[in-house]
Design a protein around this ligand. Structure first.
Ligand SMILES: [Fe+2]
Ligand SMILES: [Fe+2]
Ligand SMILES: [Fe+2]
Length: 406
C-alpha cells in the first residue's frame, strides 16, 4: 500500500469543516470564511510555515464545539450564563484534539487562545495582548467578522467597519483592525465571501496558495489523524462515545486472527475509525433520540452509510478504504444497505466491521435498554451468522470478542 501522509493528512483536515459546519444539514461555512480571512490577513506578515499553521488553526478553531447540541455560532451572541459557560471549554478541547495530529501542535496552540482579547477580557485564560500569539489574534478578529455577518446579519463593509471600530484596543489591536479591513477590500474579497456559493472556490484558491503542511513518512500520521477524526465523529452524539475506536480495535484483532496481510489489517483499522463519518450529515435530533425510532426515522439514519461513501470519496488518497468503510451495514444475505451487496461482493474488511459494529452497539448502553453482556452479544451474533454476518468471519470473531469482557 502506497501512502503519502502529507497528502492524506491534509485531505483529512480539510474534510473536517464539512463535519463542523453542518447545522441540521445546512452548510454554515463559518470555518472556511474564518480560514480565508485569517490567511489573507496574515499573508506577507508571517513566514510561509507560520501561515500554514494559521490557516489550519483558523479552519479548525471551533472543532472543540463539535459536541454542542447546536452549532457553536448560535451561542456566540447569547448573553445568558449557560451559553457563556458552554463556550468556555471549546478552545481547550479543540487544542487537545488537534495537538494529537502529528505536526499540528503550533496550530493547537493558536486554537487554545482564539478567544483571548488583548484587554484580558477573553477566555479561557484571560491573557493580555503580549501573551496572545499573533495567529490567535488574527483568528479572533476573523471570527468576529463572520459572526457579525451570520448572526448580526451585517453584510455591508462600511457598517461592519463602523461597528467593529468600537472594540479596537479591547478585542484586537488597531494595527490588526486596519490590516484585516485592507484584506477584505482587496480584490473585493468581502463582497465575494458574503455569498455562500463563492466560499468553497475561494477557500480552495487560498488553500492552494498556502500549500500543504509537510508530514514526514516516519510516523503513523494517517492513523493518528484518523483517530482524531474518530473522536470528533463520536463527540457529535452522546451514545457513541468511544464507538469508532472500539470498532477499529475489534476489527484489527479479527483481521489479524484471519491471517490477513499487514497492509490489509491497517486498511481495516483505518476504515473502522472512519466508518460512521456519514452520521455527521444525519439530523442531530434523530441521532440523539432516546426512544425507539419509527420506520421513516430509521430509513433516515440508514442514509449515513451512503453519506460515508460520499464523504470518503472526497478523500481521494484513501480510495482503498472507502468500499470497506461504506459497506459496514451490508448483510451477508444481501438485505443490507446502502448497495445491497451480498456474500463475497462485500469486502472482507466490511464483513469484519459489520460484526464489530453490531457487537459494540449491543454491548453499549442505550437510554431505552440495558447493554448485553459480551457473552449474550456473542450468542446473538452466532444466531445471525449466515444471515446478517459471514459465517467464516463469525467463527474467527467469536472467540476473540467473547474473551474481551474481562
Ligand atoms: Fe470559537
Ligand atoms: Fe468561530
Ligand atoms: Fe453505522
Amino acid at each position: 500500500m502506497k501512502v503519502n501522509p502529507t497528502k492524506t493528512v491534509n485531505e483529512l483536515i480539510t474534510i473536517l469543516p464539512y463535519i463542523i459546519d453542518i447545522d441540521e444539514k445546512k452548510k454554515i461555512y463559518h470555518s472556511w470564511r474564518v480560514a480565508i480571512i485569517s490567511t489573507l490577513c496574515a499573508k506577507n506578515s508571517v513566514s510561509n510555515q507560520q501561515l500554514k499553521y494559521i490557516f489550519y488553526a483558523a479552519l479548525l478553531h471551533d472543532i472543540g464545539g463539535v459536541g454542542f447540541p447546536i452549532h457553536i455560532i448560535h451561542y456566540l451572541k447569547r448573553t445568558d450564563k449557560t451559553s457563556r459557560n458552554i463556550l468556555l471549554s471549546h478552545p481547550i478541547i479543540g487544542a487537545q484534539l488537534i495537538s494529537n495530529i502529528p505536526r499540528l501542535n503550533p496550530s493547537a496552540q493558536l486554537i487554545l487562545d482564539h478567544h483571548e482579547w488583548i484587554n484580558g477580557m477573553g477566555y479561557p485564560r484571560a491573557k493580555l495582548k503580549r501573551g496572545i500569539p499573533y495567529g490567535s489574534q488574527i483568528i479572533r478578529i476573523a471570527d468576529t467578522i463572520d459572526i457579525l455577518l451570520q448572526i448580526g446579519r451585517i453584510n455591508d463593509l462600511k457598517k461592519l467597519k463602523n461597528k467593529m471600530s468600537a472594540d479596537i484596543g479591547k478585542e484586537y489591536t488597531q494595527e490588526l483592525f486596519i490590516r484585516t479591513f485592507r484584506a477584505l477590500q482587496k480584490k473585493r474579497l468581502f463582497s465575494k465571501i458574503i455569498l455562500a456559493r463563492n466560499v468553497e472556490a475561494i477557500f480552495k484558491e487560498v488553500h492552494d496558495e498556502v500549500g500543504l503542511l509537510y508530514i514526514p513518512l516516519k510516523i503513523d500520521a494517517i492513523g493518528k489523524t484518523l483517530e482524531v477524526v474518530a473522536q470528533i465523529i463520536d463527540m457529535k452524539h452522546p451514545f457513541t462515545s468511544g464507538h469508532s475506536l472500539r470498532v477499529s480495535r475489534y476489527a484489527m484483532a479479527i483481521a489479524l486472527a484471519m491471517g490477513l496481510p499487514h497492509d490489509e489489517v491497517t486498511q481495516i483499522r483505518w476504515a473502522g475509525l472512519i466508518h460512521d463519518i456519514g452520521k455527521l450529515n444525519v439530523s442531530r435530533k434523530l441521532l440523539d433520540k432516546s426512544t425507539p425510532l419509527n420506520k421513516r426515522e430509521y430509513k433516515e439514519i440508514q442514509q449515513h452509510a451512503a453519506q460515508t461513501y460520499k464523504i470518503m470519496n472526497l478523500i481521494t488518497t484513501l480510495y482503498a478504504i472507502t468500499p470497506i468503510a461504506a459497506a459496514h451495514h451490508e448483510r451477508y444475505d444481501g438485505a443490507g444497505y446502502p448497495f445491497g451487496l451480498k456474500e463475497r461482493q462485500i469486502p472482507v474488511g466490511a464483513r469484519i466491521l459489520a460484526i464489530c459494529d453490531a457487537f459494540d452497539a449491543m454491548t453499549s448502553n442505550r437510554p431505552y435498554r440495558r447493554p448485553l453482556t459480551f457473552k449474550e452479544a456473542c450468542s446473538e451474533i452466532k444466531n445471525l451468522s449466515g444471515k446478517q454476518f459471514d459465517p467464516e468471519v463469525t467463527d474467527h470473531a467469536l472467540p476473540l470478542l467473547r474473551n474481551l469482557g474481562f
